[in-house]
Ligand binder design. Structure first.
Ligand code: NAD
Length: 468
């Protein structure tokens, strides 16, 4: 073995043993029963809320460093959402956790049946970089509310946010039950060799497959919050000014690095032609004449991601934008027109501030294009026609379907958030998080006297036989 190889394997075994001991501590804490009482769950949620409120400025600075995200955008799209998820959970948690009586059929009477929610155990959260607070702490709300211990792996691609979250979580949350492992592939790989009771992964589908394979070895249930191309259809005859403003907001927030950002726009030639100048106006209204100097416009996470995006832009199709600056990780809000379904920009999830406009002949072709591709995480339809709404609800499949507004569905805590098909499996938020991170245990109680339960006796009469 060379020196390099031997030092690498020593480093790997160090990571493995640290990770192993973290998971063992989390499991020990869970097994002690410490995380089960309602009071513990409530205290953790309140501590998480306090962590966010008391350290808002410091966390906002980390996001500014990682993503050029403004404090306003951080509040609107990350912190505010986690705080309202906590408030919504605290308001309803007792009810969600209460055992639910269910009726017992005649043949099992006189029994009593209940569904009791029990925590799963130790949950691993693997988070991405694009909303590094929301997607690390959002799932944690449900994990803690359901009474689990947690191991949290923030994304190394947003290093400033990862560092601040790790430090604050250790200070504010129960350090015996909630553990943070910072790092990248070696740390995640080591974590994935451990046995968890649930793995919650948010990120791309390539790593999603790695997570699923690793989980299979321990038969661990997995939630995959993945991405993909989220289409937007603009119907003829809608208010295009409002539509353009909303599409621009949904697309260029976080410089397009949003899993549910409108990826591309479908519309008839007539509608796209009318929409184009309104998109340009909405971009100017949002970010001024020079988006580079706007505090409200973010940056691309790494130079590598920026290079990938620049390669997707065909200069002959640029309607507005296209300018980039590698050293500043800047890419202007960009709109492309006359894009065909075979263009490279239509091949993969864009995940950046590039908006292709693709012509279709109308609703039928739009539905054909959408259903001919992977099931999206979100589908947006701008229309004022009840018939078009019905068609999209009935004839398309997506994680979410939203009419006339992008992104906003994830701010509705009563709605599940998750993908379908290639955009993911499993859903969370609000009560769906409790469902996800707990087991619905069937509890049946049968008195020994009177010994009258039909199901445990051979049926003697025709009446009894019909009851079985
Ligand atoms: P990322 O690069 O931060 O990776 C996500 C996590 O996977 C990180 O914690 C990282 O350490 C880990 N990881 C990376 N490579 C690994 C490997 N080889 N083995 C094990 N772990 C590994 O984030 P990303 O994947 O670039 O995130 C962007 C993608 O996530 C987009 O496709 C986006 O649509 C999707 N996304 C989905 C949602 C959702 O809620 N459904 C939210 C945000 C992002």
């Amino acid at each position: 073995m060379t020196d390099l190889a031997s030092s690498r394997s020593t480093a790997e075994s160090d990571v493995a043993s640290i990770v192993s001991s973290v998971v063992a501590q989390a499991r020990h804490t869970f097994d002690s029963g410490r995380t089960k009482p309602y009071a513990w769950r409530e205290a953790q949620l309140k501590a998480l809320r306090e962590l966010l409120i008391d350290n808002h400025d410091e966390i906002a600075q980390a996001l500014e460093a990682d993503l050029g995200k403004s404090a306003e955008e951080f509040w609107l799209t990350e912190m505010g959402l986690v705080v309202s998820e906590i408030d919504h959970t605290l308001k309803h948690l007792r009810r969600w956790l209460a055992p639910r009586r269910v009726s017992v059929p005649l043949r099992v009477q006189p029994g009593q049946a209940r569904i009791v929610r029990e925590p799963l155990g130790v949950v691993l959260i693997i988070a991405p970089w694009n909303y590094p607070v929301l997607l690390t702490l959002g799932p944690l709300v449900g994990v803690l509310a359901a009474g689990n211990a947690a191991v949290v792996k923030p994304s190394e691609v947003a290093p400033a946010t990862s560092a601040v979250i790790a430090r604050l979580m250790a200070q504010h949350l129960d350090p015996e039950a909630v553990h943070v492992v910072e790092g990248g592939v070696p740390e995640t790989t080591a974590l994935l060799t451990e046995r968890f009771d649930h793995i919650f992964y948010t990120g791309n589908g390539v790593v999603g497959r790695i997570v699923l394979e690793a989980a299979a070895r321990h038969l661990t249930p997995v939630t995959l919050e993945l991405g993909g191309k989220s289409p937007t259809f603009v119907d003829d005859g809608v208010d295009l000014e409002t539509t353009a403003r909303r599409i621009v907001w949904g697309k260029f927030t976080n410089a397009g690095q949003t899993c549910v950002a409108p990826d591309y726009v479908l519309g008839t030639r007539q509608t796209l032609d009318a929409l184009k100048p309104l998109l340009i106006k909405a971009i100017r209204d949002s970010y001024g004449d020079d988006p580079r100097s706007s505090d409200d416009y973010g940056r691309i996470i790494t130079a590598r991601h920026l290079r990938r995006l620049v390669e997707l832009i065909d200069p002959s199709k640029v309607v507005t934008g296209g300018e980039s600056d590698l050293s500043a990780r800047y890419l202007a809000p960009t709109v492309l027109d006359d894009v065909s379904l075979d263009d490279p920009v239509m091949g993969e999830e864009i995940f950046g501030p590039v908006l292709p406009l693709v012509e279709v002949s109308g609703v039928d072709e739009a539905i054909e294009v959408i259903t001919g591709r992977d099931k999206p995480l979100a589908l947006y339809v701008f229309t004022s026609s009840p018939d078009t709404r019905r068609r999209f609800v009935r004839d398309t499949s997506s994680g979410a379907l939203s009419f006339n507004i992008p992104l906003a569905h994830l701010a509705v805590p009563e709605l599940p958030f998750g993908g379908v098909g290639m955009s993911g499996m499993g859903a969370y938020h609000g009560e769906f998080s409790i469902d996800l991170f707990s087991h619905a245990k069937a509890v049946l109680r049968q008195p020994l006297r009177p010994d009258a339960t039909i199901v445990v006796r051979p049926p003697r009469t025709s009446v009894q036989r019909r009851l079985i």
